[in-house]
Design a protein around this ligand. Sequence first.
Ligand code: FES
Length: 335
Amino acid sequence: MTARQDSTAGQIDPVVCTCVDLTEGQLRAEIAENPALGFDDILQRTGAGTTCTACLLDLEYIFSRAERGPAAGVHGRGGGAKAEAAHLGVKQRLYALIDGLAPKVPYRLANTLPVLALPGLRQFVCVANDSLLYRGAESAPPTRVELRVRDANGILRHRASHRVESGDGLRVEVGRFVTPHDPTDPARPAIGSVEILRRAAHPGIRGTTRPQIVIEAKAGCCAVHGQAAHVTAAPYWFTFLHRPAEERCFVSVVNVSGGTLRGRVRYPLGIEGRTPEDHPIEVPANGAHLHELHFDPESVQSDRPISLNIHFDGLHKAHFLCASPSLDRFSIDHL
Ligand code: FES
């Protein structure tokens, strides 16, 4: 956040609209001097919030709580609750109504992501408690992050709890808790999963603690953010380029339930004259599975787009991974 030093008081005055270089102190002064003006009038008068609009929520928040001068009239402090409500924007009034009906409580956020294990490869979970440039304790409350690392069979291998303060970050190497198939064989990756549970110490309304996994291989690094697990009624699709000389492709599936997950990956789709095959997959409770895609080189041309679709009968999260033939570089995306 940009800020200016107030030379008279020696205090920091944060810039609330960088497009017009307006500080919070200047905004509050405008509001105090013109207590009868509504929110839109203040924006027109100062120019704040009218360019990129990124600051609008902050401006509205400050406006709704600002001190007003004695000539406040209907929008001033002397008008009681009705007057107080009158100067709130429509969104603020709506939020106040919702908050009155259902007081804020922090709730638990959960993501489960794959963990690869291979000699020479390191995998991390990263959680940044980021205010996204919003200010105040509600923007990025301290958050408790619990990690549960499991192997492919769903057996718990590591469990730990961390507190991540506002503006701070967490980086934990989780790959070391999953054992490679063969510590001397860098050709066949093993898989496990990491469950990442987050709960804020008190209610927050902005900012993010969305977790990421980072996969560091010998020749490159990739990352993907966590997403909620899902159950889908219909198969979902993914299209990619087939370049067998340059890369190996995998689909990973983590089972986010206490029961066995059953489903399949079907490919190749979209190839004329080629009947797709089903590759059945069964994943134990809380386990994980890594399926390497293999194609019949006779019927699938290189450098052509191929589709696959995926269907499972329970709560899960799937990812698509590409790797160099020697597995010294990976890229990953969520499906
Ligand atoms: S930061 Fe305020 S309009 Fe761009």
